[in-house]
Ligand binder design. Sequence first.
Ligand SMILES: Cc1ncc(COP(=O)(O)O)c(C=O)c1O
Length: 398
Amino acid sequence: MFSDRANQVTPSATVELNAKVAQMTREGVDVIKLNIGEPDFDTPLYIREAAKKAIDEGFTKYTATPGIPELRKAICRKLREENDISYQDTEICVTTGAKQALYEALITIVQEGDEVILPTPCWVSYEDMIRLSGARPILVQTNRTEGDRFHLDLGAIERAVTKRTKAVIINTPNNPTGVVYRKAELAVLAELADRYDFWIISDEVYEKLIYNDARHISIASLSGNARSRTVTVNGFSKAFAMTGWRIGYAAGPKEFIQKMKGIQGHVTSGINSIAQKAALAAYTTPQDSVAEMCAQFALRREMVYNRLSKMKGVECSNALGAFYLLPDFSAYFGRRWRGGVLKDSFDLADYLLTEVKVAAVPGDSFRAPGCLRISYSNSMECLREGMDRIESSLAELQ
Ligand SMILES: Cc1ncc(COP(=O)(O)O)c(C=O)c1O
């Protein structure tokens, strides 16, 4: 009755968990939410004011399919000044969230049966997006060696390349690992793309959330060749706490954007006009609020990392970006609780939610078996309480 494409989509694990947690909260259960995939801050006032002004001035009609010219210009300026990549405004397509940019990028470049390499652990949506586009996801594990944990295993990526390889999707800073890729590994990946003729889709939505002395590098900035093979995807959701506004963009070579724009014209016509004015304000106003949010995340990350890394049997490396940690709890597999034996990360997440009302996303959803993704996008008080509950619940396991 339904298409093979629709049938092969697996429901998003994070969305399902969110629904369950929302239901528990409605029933009055005090759940500590460590599963949150969005900043717990409000969209800055100046951005909200710009949107209100757009409505009051009647800026409520269809706009150009790839986005209003002034926003595309502001994005070009941002990419030049902050990311060291020079794009023309004809090389930008504004989209309904970075998600739409990623999906449209895929359907712009892959044919039925092509392969797209995906370093794992990875964000939940990539695999389904690749399948929906008609291609096959080729999962390649990242490094596990100390010091390089979750960085690209370039040898493994090269071994995974075949004649059908059309693209590699990278995500830096990474969800769920928090790893920020280094210039040297990105340079090798760009060389591989050149040698074997594939695209790089670079998802950089967490670029502004980085800590200590980490530096975000856009792979397209590394050389002319890298730029010509890369689609740089970014958005406003994470940096400006604008998840509900649904606005992001893709930047890439002109011919690519031309095709992508053609597809978008038939799918959505264009982007919400008001969200575009809000995004324009985000990129043309000093970004103090971003720095403040990042400073808060840095404090929380330190606390959560310190607590997790001291818990018996838990292995946790500190992350340099995004707002997640990915501790390994596999030492507890095989232990018992009243619900049975803990076999995997799904059981562990279920145990924590049922017994101590802590919500965290099972690592298996991100191809990170043994782990839980802990989001520190929550107040310090809730995070402390969450750590106390996890620690005491682990001690209860037999
Ligand atoms: C790695 C990654 N890329 C893209 C997105 C989606 O971003 P947007 O809200 O701009 O569609 C998310 C959201 O969770 C994400 O984690």
